[in-house]
Design a protein around this ligand. Structure first.
Ligand code: PEP
Ligand code: MG
Length: 574
């Protein structure tokens, strides 16, 4: 048995698929005239190899998945055989004196953008084909082994050293039963994505990628953070039952879907919302009864590509979410890049401490062009639903004022262009840096609402890296310092006539629910699949009971004691 960190709930039993994972580094240096021929040769060899691979995959897909799915790979082969595409790459190598991989990257990006900007769904899908094929070509040029989640056909449990947030975003729920990784913490973005996709996951297992082999039978218990590799008969039987019980429990919770997040005595009602990363997550949010989107992490729109998304692309995504959720509110967070989310094309500096570095609003205020494009897209989408804006990583009032002045410019431009938007949309900030929580009374003057980002707030308050599996035992949402900061933020907002939500993972942690409810939190936003269980706790308490337990917890001195009290309390309600 291997013990890791429970990252996404659920239990699955299945065959392992161990991913190796290799980094691609594109050489962007200029080449000399004499090297041109060799680069063309590298390109041509990579095309041949890519074709061979695709033929094989197509054959396999034809057998296992049927003709329709196999057609995808036929389309990929066609891209490789397209003389316009290939000739353009070659002439770039010759005229710009760049490496084969760089030329493939530049030319394919041009086509991806062109297809993406077309209004035709069919042509938009071609963008994905070009992207996949060019990635394959680049890997073949560089001699990097190819293993992507897209190549997995059988239902599998993915085992890897680490997975990036975009790996997780690409996971096909039909094929990926669960995953288990060596690295990571509960609030790493990979874990967060797994929860929104409702794929069970255990992370921080240290060496599972060495202990398991492809084809091994694996049990992933995402509730307890346990993985068994090649379990014995008894364990297997036991887990088949545990799995079935858990499925039944989830079904029971589903019955709460259309009920409000109201206390048992009907005195207090809170809003229960979902965190999403892409428009695809809206379905899961609605299925779990979300009353809104409390956090739309827009970073994923900027990832897995080679340049910034255009205003049109962003507008399309935001509008889709606004319309699908309307009349429910959606809070769109402006770009929060940096930390564990990097954009290779942005030329971001290598930093000693990226989580304390040039990220989120700091980067956006230095690059107002990026922020303004995004704000214009959000404003335009606001016409189609109930949209709010939220700035991440705020630590001082000036940042809000500066961001708002860019927002005003964007509004002015849109007005002059005659483009409609909601002029009264609410603007709030994430409170995720301790200084912001401490001066919440000052910041409250500048905003319509707060949303407490506990993932970062806890890591900064306790100086515990949220992604480091070695100190995950110190990452404690119920630490008195965290509870005091949360209380301070809620109280400050209420004194100023504003409201406070929470969009960090603590909002979906049932051991914290009674305390947060008692402290007066107005909105809880979490991975959609956590909504039913939080709702159940809220509906089984009176507001007085919640206030009492919050008061008691805030008087306690040791994190461990608070945790013990809350776990026992929840066990009784469940
Ligand atoms: C947070 O920090 O709590 C948060 C919600 O933002 P992210 O997890 O994207 O950093
Ligand atoms: Mg954060």
């Amino acid at each position: 048995m291997l013990k890791g960190i429970a990252a996404s709930p659920g239990i699955e039993i299945g065959k392992a698929y161990v991913l190796e994972g290799h980094q691609i580094v594109i050489n962007k240096e200029k080449i000399t005239e004499g090297m041109v021929e060799n680069e063309i040769k590298r390109l041509e060899e990579a095309i041949v190899r890519s074709k061979e691979q695709l033929e094989k995959i197509k054959e396999k897909a034809e057998k296992e998945l049927g003709h329709d799915k196999a057609e995808i790979f036929a389309a990929h082969i066609m891209v490789l055989e397209d003389p316009v595409f290939i000739d353009e790459i070659k002439s770039r190598i010759k005229s710009d004196k760049i490496t084969a991989e760089n030329a493939v990257s530049i030319v394919s990006q041009h086509y991806v953008e062109m297809f993406n900007n077309m209004n035709d769904e069919y042509l938009k899908e071609r963008a994905a084909d070009v992207r996949d094929v060019s990635e394959r070509m680049i890997k073949n040029i560089l001699g990097v082994p190819i293993e992507t989640l897209a190549d997995i056909f059988d239902e599998s449990i993915i085992i890897a050293k680490d997975l990036t947030p975009s790996d997780t975003a690409q996971m096909d729920k039909e094929k990926v039963l669960a995953f288990a990784t060596d690295m990571g913490g509960r609030t790493s973005h990979t874990a967060i994505m797994a929860r929104s996709l409702e794929i069970p996951a255990v992370v921080g297992l240290v060496d599972i990628s060495r202990k398991a082999r492809t084809g091994d039978i694996v049990i992933v218990d995402g509730n307890k953070g346990i993985v068994h590799v090649n379990p014995d008969e008894n364990t297997l039987k036991e887990y088949e039952k545990i799995r079935q019980d858990y499925i039944n429990y989830r079904l029971e919770l589903k019955e709460l879907k259309d009920l409000p997040g109201m206390t048992r005595d009907g005195v207090r009602r809170v809003e229960l919302s979902a965190n999403i990363g892409t428009p695809k997550d809206v379905e899961g949010a609605l299925n779990n009864g979300a009353e809104g989107v409390g956090l739309y992490r827009t970073e994923f729109l900027y990832m897995d590509r080679e340049n910034l998304p255009t205003e049109e692309e962003q507008f399309a995504a935001y509008k889709q979410v606004a319309e699908a959720m309307a009349p429910r509110p959606i809070i769109i967070r402006t770009l929060d890049i940096g930390g564990d989310k990097k954009l290779p094309y942005l030329d971001m500096p290598d930093e000693m401490n990226p989580f304390l570095g040039w990220r989120a609003i700091r980067m956006c205020l230095d690059r107002p062009d990026i922020l303004k494009t995004q704000l214009r897209a959000i404003l335009r989408a606001s016409f189609y639903g109930n949209v709010k804006i939220m700035y991440p990583m705020i630590c001082r009032a000036e940042e809000i004022i500066k961001a708002n002045s860019i927002l005003e410019e964007a509004k002015k431009e849109l007005k002059a262009e005659g483009i409609p938007f909601d002029d009264n949309l609410e603007v709030g900030i994430m409170v995720e840096i301790p200084s912001a929580a401490v001066i919440a009374d000052i910041l409250a003057k500048e905003v319509d609402f707060f949303s407490i980002g506990t993932n970062d707030l806890i890591q900064y308050t306790l100086a515990v890296d949220r992604m480091n599996e070695h100190i995950s035992n110190l990452y404690e949402p119920l630490h008195p310092a965290v509870l005091r900061l949360v209380k301070n933020v809620i109280d400050a907002s209420h004194s100023a006539g504003k409201w406070t939500g929470m969009c960090g993972e603590m909002a979906g942690d049932v051991t914290a629910t009674p305390i947060l409810l008692g402290l007066g939190l107005d909105e809880f936003s979490m991975s959609a699949s956590s909504i039913p269980q939080v709702k159940k706790i809220i509906r089984s308490l009176t507001f007085d009971e919640a206030k009492q337990i919050a008061e008691k917890a805030l008087k306690m001195e040791k994190p461990q004691e608070i945790r013990k009290m809350m776990e026992e309390f929840i066990e009784k309600i469940k």
